[in-house]
Write a protein that binds this ligand. Structure first.
Ligand code: DAH
Length: 340
C-alpha cells in the first residue's frame, strides 16, 4: 500500500489540466465518494496494526496534496487568466473584488450603539491625544494620586501634559464642559495603555463610555439601563450582578458581571467556576466631577459606565487572542462575514 500511495502522490503532482472539465474529472477520479482516496481509506482498515502509523501518515498527506492540487487547478480556471485551451488569455476580465465585511470590533461597537440608541443615547467622540486635565485631573485623579498608577500611560516626552488617552472617560469631561444637561450620550473610541502585548493585553484597545446627566438620576436607573443592555447584548436569560468597586470619578462605583452564558451561571472553566463574567465598570458621577465641568451638583446627578469592546467581542465570539483583532489576517476577518 505504501508504494501505491507514493505512486499516486507523484501522479497527482504531475497532473495538469487543460480545461475546467478536466479539473472536474480530476476531482471525481480522486476525491469523490467513490474516488481513489475513499478506496484507499477503505483499504486502510485492513492494514496491520504495526504499519498503521506510517501508512496513515502518508495517506493523510496524500489527502492534503490532493485538496491543494484541486484548489490550485480550480483557481487557474476560475480566475479567468487561463483559457480553456490552457493558454493565458489576457483579454479575459479580472476577478471581481472580494466583498469585504465589517471588522468584528466594529460589529460589537455598532451593536452597543444600536442598543443604547433605542433608549435615547446619541454618540459623541473626543480626541485620542488628550491633555492631563481631561484624562485625569477633571476626573478626580489628583497629582501623585496612586490611582494614576492604575493607568500605565503613554506620555509625550517633551510635553508631560499631553498623553494618549487611557480611557474614553475623558470624553465625559469634554461633553459636560460644552453641553448642558440633560446629557444622554455614548462615547466609543480607541484608548492606549503602556502594556506588554500578549494574548490578553494590547497597547491599544477600544471602549464605549456612557453618560447620563439629568435631575433625579439614581443608581436604580443605572442598574435598570445596564440590565436592559446585558439582555439585549447577551440574550434574554442574562442576569447581572453589581459588585462594589472604586473609580476616582464615580461614587459609589461598581463593576458589573453578567451570568456566564456558557454554563448559565452553574460554573464552568470559562467563568472560572464562579458563574459570572465581568464586563464593565460604572457608578454615579462624583459631584466634584460635575463641578469641574461647571454643572451644579446640587441640581444634577448622573451615572456613567465604561466597557471594553475587545472584551465583549471575545465573550460573544470567543476570540482567544486579542492580537488577532489587529493582525488583519483575512482568514480571521472572513469568519465574521455572515454576521454583518
Ligand atoms: N474608565 C474606566 C477604565 O478605563 C472604566 C469606567 C469605570 C468608566 C467606571 C466609567 C465608570 O464611566 O463609571 O477602566
Amino acid at each position: 500500500m505504501l508504494d501505491k500511495i507514493n505512486n499516486l502522490r507523484k501522479e497527482v503532482e504531475e497532473f495538469a489540466a487543460n480545461s475546467a472539465e478536466e479539473v472536474e474529472s480530476f476531482r471525481i477520479k480522486y476525491l469523490s465518494k467513490k474516488g481513489i482516496l475513499s478506496g484507499l481509506f477503505e483499504d486502510f482498515k485492513n492494514v496491520a496494526h504495526d504499519d498503521r502509523k506510517a501508512v496513515g501518515g502518508l495517506l493523510n498527506n496524500l489527502k492534503i496534496a490532493l485538496q491543494d492540487k484541486l484548489n490550485t487547478l480550480k483557481e487557474q480556471f476560475e480566475s479567468g487568466h487561463v483559457s480553456d485551451t490552457g493558454n493565458t488569455d489576457l483579454t479575459l476580465p479580472v476577478n471581481f473584488m472580494q466583498p469585504g465585511s465589517r471588522h468584528p470590533l466594529s460589529l460589537t461597537r455598532n451593536k452597543i450603539v444600536e442598543i443604547f440608541s433605542r433608549i435615547g443615547f446619541t454618540v459623541s467622540e473626543g480626541p485620542e491625544i488628550e491633555d492631563d486635565w481631561h484624562n485625569f485631573t477633571a476626573l478626580n485623579f489628583p497629582e501623585e494620586h496612586p490611582a494614576r498608577d492604575m493607568q500605565d500611560t503613554f506620555f509625550i516626552e517633551k510635553h508631560p501634559d499631553i498623553a494618549l488617552r487611557t480611557h474614553t472617560s475623558s470624553v465625559q469631561i469634554r461633553v459636560m464642559e460644552t453641553e448642558k444637561p440633560p446629557i444622554r450620550k455614548l462615547f466609543p473610541g480607541r484608548v492606549y495603555r503602556n502594556e506588554t502585548i500578549s494574548s490578553r493585553a494590547h497597547c491599544f484597545f477600544h471602549q464605549v463610555e456612557g453618560l447620563y446627566i439629568s435631575k433625579d438620576v439614581s443608581f436604580a436607573d443605572l442598574r435598570q439601563v445596564l440590565f436592559y443592555f446585558a439582555k439585549e447584548m447577551f440574550g434574554d436569560d442574562t442576569q447581572i450582578r453589581l459588585r462594589p468597586s472604586y473609580f476616582p470619578f464615580t461614587e459609589p462605583s461598581a463593576e458589573m458581571d453578567i451570568s456566564c452564558f456558557l454554563c448559565g451561571g452553574k460554573g464552568c472553566s470559562f467563568c472560572k467556576y464562579s458563574g459570572w463574567v465581568e464586563i464593565l465598570g460604572c457608578g454615579m458621577v462624583d459631584p466634584s466631577v460635575l463641578e469641574n465641568c461647571n454643572i451644579d451638583s446640587k441640581v444634577y446627578t448622573g451615572y456613567a459606565f465604561g466597557m471594553g469592546v475587545e472584551r465583549i467581542t471575545n465573550l460573544k465570539y470567543r476570540v482567544k487572542d486579542i492580537r488577532m483583532f489587529s493582525e488583519n489576517d483575512v482568514r480571521f476577518l472572513k469568519q465574521f462575514q455572515s454576521v454583518i
